[in-house]
Design a protein around this ligand. Sequence first.
Ligand SMILES: [Zn+2]
Length: 305
Amino acid sequence: MKIYAGIDMGGTNLKFGLVNDRGEVLFAHSSPTPPDLHQLLEEIKHIWKILKEKATQPILSIGFGLPGIFNRRSKMIHRSPNYPELNGVPLEPLFSQLVEVPFTIHNDANMAAFGEFCVGAGQGLKSMILLTIGTGVGSGIILEGRLWEGVNGFAGELGHVIVNPEGDPCKCGSRGCLETEVSSEKIVRTYQLFSGSTESLTSEEVYRRAKSGDKAAKKAFHQAGYYLGIGLASAINLLDPEKIILGGGVMKAGDLLLQPTLQELKKRSYLLPYSQCRLESALLGNQAGFIGAALWASAHFHRPK
Ligand SMILES: [Zn+2]
């Protein structure tokens, strides 16, 4: 058995663990994401120590999934709206001081997509899109059996495809991106707008209200589903994938969100790719990122290309 490590850095938590060469999780844990870069590097050092203690034999490589767009040419995070401390920092020399095995760095959503592709809902496919909807929208694309990175590593940002040209400003600098229209925060804001409520609440609470018949809450999910359908229709017409895998907290709303999504998707995509593309739930949950990062590094260093 070979052992690989992965760390998935989120805005709130660092999820990390060990997998074997079949992608089975041998160890998984998480810790809060420190607020600044110095503390983050210290925490990674600490996590690496834990991972080595937990491994029954030497770890062969480690993969990092980071929030933000990783420029694979300059080897730096180009822009991280959720963790700006990473912007423009030369991470390779810093990480090489922390871990003594080969490592890779990539975008967190791409790593989650790679994880689902290798050992989750995308196993055995040639093409798929992973979309995770929560406080933000992350996505990654697999085409012809490999992660589609784009020339610079920026590809797969379905969250920043524009679905509403006059929509809210997005952290990326554009407006009306899929992310701004379907995120949990937007669902809350839409609910407040429709209901006239000024109380602070979560999207889970909006969901509970929708389930108990609150019309404004239902409308908020309907609107998010409408824009999600538009975004997915563009993705299907552009890529004709075998599967779209949906994950993230907002997907727990189930049919409340999916019904309007499918309605819009059907209206706006070509019939053949629409009818053959399966929409399914992600399988790896919040472990997808570190599993994918671990397998990405292992594929990079230890498998024939
Ligand atoms: Zn955007």
